[in-house]
Ligand binder design. Structure first.
Ligand code: PMT
Length: 222
């Protein structure tokens, strides 16, 4: 039988991309498939957690034992996360949330015009940062897609966002990051904690990451 390390705990996972609408038929988005976040949610459920998966638009089925809430935009994701945050124990932000959205949402399909066009963008809310400012007992885990100076940027995100862990993807690796079935990460924690993983299938990596975090946190409690 499996170790039920997370029995009685509530885990909230965000996954996938967000869509930021331009008009009724167009939107801005990114290449997140949801695979990494869905694997994290599945791993949490396997360890016995009450697991809430807040997902942007992806085509994956919900893992069994997971309560899934589908959302579209960064703003929708913020509202859904807020509603689940207060009584959660672990919050894992795997989603690739859009940093910008169109400043105006056109009610009608935009018509083609002569010459070039431009789109004015505004910042979306930084969900992880918001959660960091509201943090109580929750263990807050962010992801970061970095191409260079991975350790420098990951450590600065830990501090700025008041997160407990940042899991940095090396997205220069061809089999890692967006869309692939495998990933290669380094996890950073407070007090200069750092551990690198080899290239692994996302489901296996998710199990190892979650187990490492939960075991460290259980030790910290004592
Ligand atoms: O979905 P897959 O195809 O499997 O790909 C997985 C992944 C590459 C998307 C995933 O592993 C990953 O790295 N997710 C984070 C992507 C990212 O670029 O994050 P970021 O550096 O923009 O943001 C850092 C953290 O802040 C993330 O935890 C993010 O969820 C959070 N954030 C970002 C912007 C925003 N407005 N609100 C946020 O909460």
């Amino acid at each position: 039988s499996r170790e039920m390390l997370l029995k009685g705990k509530k885990v909230v996972v965000t996954a996938g991309p967000t869509r930021e609408r331009i008009d009724p038929v167009r939107f801005l988005t990114n290449f997140s498939s949801g695979k990494m976040g869905y694997a994290m949610a599945q791993a949490a459920a396997e360890l016995g957690a009450e697991t809430i998966l807040i997902s942007g638009p992806v085509s994956l089925p919900a893992p069994s034992g997971v309560k899934r809430i589908m959302v579209e935009s960064a703003e929708d994701m913020l509202q859904a996360v807020k509603a689940e945050y207060a009584d959660s124990d672990f919050v894992i932000k795997t989603a690739a949330v859009a940093d910008y959205r169109p400043k105006t949402l056109h009610g009608q399909k935009m018509k083609k015009q002569e010459g070039d066009a431009s789109l004015e963008l505004e910042r979306t809310a930084d969900i992880l940062h918001y959660l960091g400012t509201q943090k109580g007992r929750q263990v807050l885990i962010g992801f970061a897609a970095e191409t260079n100076d991975v350790s420098h940027y990951a450590k600065s995100k830990l501090d700025r966002k008041n997160a407990d862990y940042i899991i940095a993807n090396d997205v220069t690796e061809s089999q890692a990051g967006f869309e692939s079935d495998t990933n290669k990460v380094t996890i950073f924690g407070k007090g200069d904690f750092e551990q690198s993983f080899e290239l692994l299938p996302k489901q296996e990596l998710a199990r190892q990451l979650l187990k490492l975090i939960v075991e460290r946190e259980m030790r910290n409690d004592r």
